[in-house]
Write a protein that binds this ligand. Sequence first.
Ligand SMILES: Nc1nc2c(ncn2[C@@H]2O[C@H](COP(=O)(O)OP(=O)(O)OP(=O)(O)O)[C@@H](O)[C@H]2O)c(=O)[nH]1
Ligand SMILES: [Mg+2]
Length: 127
Amino acid sequence: MAKVLLVGEGRRGKTEWCRSVASYVPTQGVEVDPLRWYDQIVKVWDCAGVAKYGGLRDGYYIGANAVIVFADNETEALFWLNEVARVIPNINFIVLTRSENLSNFTTIPVYDKSLLTRNQIFDLLLA
Ligand SMILES: Nc1nc2c(ncn2[C@@H]2O[C@H](COP(=O)(O)OP(=O)(O)OP(=O)(O)O)[C@@H](O)[C@H]2O)c(=O)[nH]1
Ligand SMILES: [Mg+2]
């Protein structure tokens, strides 16, 4: 079973990506959501972005096959990629952002997070 991490600063839409949330409640530690990908289940580890709720952050990364980084700009994205790569070097990744933030990225490819379905993202990461 694949394990995919969601990382990024607080309030970047990680938990929103897993499910519709009416209001923002910071994730404390990690929430694991089993999400369907065709006939498989992907374990999605939605990690807290707010430092004081980070908990056992490095421990959550162990065994991950891929990471989805939610970021508003390139500095944030590189920070979180590096954060995970310390534990899992060369991990497969995708960076998602809002369309109005696409131009903040010049060196790493990003995707408009409203345009790709979950399955399309898992296809890119896990196929
Ligand atoms: N700045 C910013 N805000 C966003 C983005 N996407 C969603 N939001 C707002 O963030 C809130 C949803 O946040 P969540 O999905 O709960 O945030 P999270 O990334 O899980 O945050 P933590 O659990 O604290 O790490 C909503 O109020 C959205 O309006 C984004 O790409 N950038
Ligand atoms: Mg969250």
